[in-house]
Design a protein around this ligand. Structure first.
Ligand code: FES
Ligand code: FES
Length: 151
């Protein structure tokens, strides 16, 4: 499979979960494990263009896939506008859920470049924050949408 533009090939046990492959075999630890049951969204990655939770996928199911993780978002030392939005609007809180939030937002903005506040809230439903709340996260995504639209 390709992760963030780099090809990886390993022999793995059929039962190895994709999140463990990414974190423990490839060594990209920005993808977090929160619940292990596809409920919190902490392990969200982009797999063949779709945001998926990789804690309930097997690594072998991603054979040949193209994956984007949080480590692949910044380019040439420049934060992606969504990352910048989280920085500027204080969307970063505990940091634990943030990579998954950012990647869910990434897919949302691909599909819907100019989402309303309620569309953002609806589309982030699968990503849970346990500590403070979603308000600044929504503002960060609105910031990114404007920046990506060149405003
Ligand atoms: S760790 Fe995958 S959804 Fe929670
Ligand atoms: S900011 Fe990460 S769980 Fe709340």
């Amino acid at each position: 499979m390709t992760i963030n533009g780099v090809a990886y090939s390993h022999e793995v046990e059929p039962r190895l979960l994709l999140v463990h492959y990414i974190r423990d075999v490839v060594g990209l630890t920005g993808t977090h494990i929160g619940c292990d049951t596809s409920q919190c969204g902490a392990c969200t990655i982009i797999l063949n263009g779709m945001a998926v939770t990789c804690c309930t996928l097997f690594a072998v199911q991603a054979d040949g896939a193209e994956i984007l993780t949080i480590e692949g978002l910044a380019k040439d030392g420049q934060l992606h506008p969504i990352q910048e939005g989280f920085w500027e609007k204080h969307g970063l809180q505990c940091g634990y859920c943030t990579p998954g939030m950012i990647l869910a937002a990434y897919q949302l903005l691909q599909r819907m470049p100019n989402p309303t506040e309620s569309e953002i809230r609806h589309n982030l439903e699968g990503n849970l924050c346990r500590c403070t709340g979603y308000h600044n996260i929504v503002k960060a995504i609105q910031y990114a949408a404007q920046k990506m639209a060149g405003k």
